[in-house]
Design a protein. Structure first.
Length: 550
């Protein structure tokens, strides 16, 4: 008999597992009606039900709903137990019960010391969040127009951070209009976010949204970390896993969400160990839980503003003024998407122009014609993914063919798809629309064609996300971070390196104790596997630096 997702999500522990856990926690007697935790609570304990029953309560269309009832041998919690994020559901005792309580640190220790049981628990945590999102439970409701850049920003932020939402579209959902009248909000002031706490927020910034959803780590004043990782893409997450598993005190910060550009990939098919491929979202979800299992703190804060030195410590300063003090820094801030140089481009960003083709964007353009611009693997993967829902996909590429820039397996697949048209030696020449994109003009060898579309996806390369590092570490002419042997000879001869008594490590920047990995590093391979390798490798240099700091 095949095991279903719900069997994995809600297992019943055997007697030997319960006995092993009991020695690691505290047994409590609780009465029916007692709340173990409320929605929005942070740093939850983990509970195993020994006797009685505990109800998990979520929200669906603003109404409280039972998600599941845990009975004897079952346990509470999902990924938020390890992350410390605000709980999306509440836990209430519905029968007098005896429960086993473990703190987050005790749970981490149990998972590490009891690997077979740990695997059951972690798999359950992952599947539970997936089921919570898939079954329509919500943490917030977002009301706005599909053509609003800010509405798209908030939906993208929610999706990337696994926050279950109910999306209410002004153009198609009558409930959206009713809620706006209830709150006396004109359509012109949308998007709005309605939290489970009943509080309405008008067009919050990502940082404000992260704060109200508990995505920001609680930081102690003057705490000094062993390692601060800037950027939670594949390189940053790999470093977080290896550093935390080796006992380092790690904080990883990102301004948007874990995963980076790889996190938005519909499917990565050439990543070692996944012969059928893995989505960027799934890879990110697994890596995030793995890092948190070992104790790394992952926080969605705000943009990084600068990097500096204070005595023997490095200081990462965020745009909101937060100062992160640390012995070492790993720069894994990745790249920023390039934009088309065509008139009115800014008018349609996130109002028809997108840089990722996740399920959210695919649902937006179902049954329509769409355009994908680019000749690399990211563009090919997006075209394949969008072709599943779109009426027609136009892949626009400036080159003579896709063969020199795209993996052979993707080229063959695209050529076999009936609803994918490949336009080589072609450029986007003009954009049309009023408030949102409705047409794109493409030019090829002097011939023009107008395509009616509301969705243009760009995968035309990226530039280094290093503005915050200028004047602090050496960059190459394109703005990527120079490291190791790529640093100019005079750099290794400065006073700071003479004091260190050594030359820079392979992934070390011109500033001792500051390392770089992944796409942001000059000369990197710009592949997910390469970024993961560099992130893990950087941790060995962090250890070496901490053992003998400058």
């Amino acid at each position: 008999m095949m095991t279903s997702d719900k069997d994995v999500a809600f297992p019943v522990l055997i007697e030997s597992d319960l006995k092993a856990l009991t020695s690691r926690g505290r047994v409590r007697n609780v009465r029916a009606g007692e709340m173990l935790w409320e929605k929005g609570d942070r740093n939850l304990c983990w509970y195993v039900i020994l006797e009685g029953a505990v109800e998990i309560i979520g929200s669906q269309k603003g109404v409280a709903q039972t998600v599941v009832v845990h009975h004897a041998g079952q346990f509470t919690g999902d990924v938020d137990v390890l992350s410390g994020r605000a709980a999306l559901v509440a836990g209430r005792v519905i029968e007098d019960a005896k429960i086993l309580e473990l703190s987050t640190s005790e749970l981490r220790r149990a998972v590490g010391e009891l690997p077979d049981l740990g695997e059951i628990i972690l798999k359950a945590f992952l599947i539970r969040r997936t089921l919570l999102v898939g079954e329509g439970m919500e943490a917030v409701r977002i009301i706005g127009s599909r053509f609003s850049p800010d509405a798209h920003r908030l939906r993208d932020f929610s999706t990337r951070n696994a926050i279950p939402i109910q999306w209410l579209d002004l153009e198609t959902d009558p409930e959206a209009d009713a809620l706006l009248r209830q709150f006396n909000v004109p359509a012109s002031e949308t998007p709005i976010v309605l939290g489970s706490d009943g509080v309405m927020r008008r067009n919050p910034s990502n940082a404000d949204f992260a704060r109200c959803m508990g995505l920001q780590a609680v930081l102690e004043a003057d705490h000094v970390f062993d390692l601060v990782v800037v950027g939670a893409g594949p390189a940053g997450l790999a470093a977080s896993v290896y550093a935390a598993s080796e006992g380092l005190d790690v904080l990883t910060t990102d301004s948007l969400a874990a995963g980076g550009q790889a996190g938005t990939s519909a499917k990565i098919e050439n990543y070692l160990g996944f012969p059928t491929g893995i989505s960027g979202a799934e890879l990110t979800k697994n890596a995030l839980l793995q890092a948190q299992r070992f104790g790394a703190r992952i926080t969605v804060q705000s943009q990084v503003r600068s990097l500096g030195v204070d005595g023997g410590e490095r200081v990462v300063t965020l745009a909101d003024g937060t100062r992160l003090r640390t012995r070492c820094v790993l720069v894994a801030s990745g790249v920023e998407y390039r934009k088309l140089d065509v008139p009115r481009f800014a008018d349609f960003e996130a109002a028809g122009i997108y840089y990722a083709a996740t399920k959210m964007e695919a649902d937006l353009c179902a049954g329509e014609e769409v355009i994908v611009v680019g000749g690399g693997n990211s563009a090919g993967q997006a075209a394949v993914s969008l072709a599943k829902t779109a009426k027609q996909v136009h892949l626009v590429c400036r080159g003579e063919s896709l063969d020199s820039s795209m993996s052979r397996y993707l080229v063959d697949r695209l050529n076999s798809m009936r609803n994918v048209n490949i336009h080589t030696r072609t450029r986007v020449a003009a954009l049309g629309g009023n408030g949102h994109l409705d047409s794109v003009q493409i030019n090829s060898s002097g011939h023009s064609r107008q395509i009616q579309t509301s969705s243009l996806f760009l995968f035309i390369g990226a530039d280094a996300n290093t503005a915050w590092l200028r004047g602090c570490v050496d960059l190459d002419p394109k703005g990527f971070v120079l490291t190791g042997t790529a640093l100019p000879t005079p750099t290794a001869e400065t006073d700071r390196w003479r004091v260190a008594g050594r030359t820079p490590f392979l992934l070390e920047t011109s500033l001792p104790g500051v390392f770089a990995a992944g796409d942001v590093r000059s000369g990197s391979a710009k592949r997910v596997a390469a970024a993961v390798g560099e992130g893990s490798m950087a941790v060995s240099f962090v250890h070496a630096y901490i053992a003998r700091p400058v």
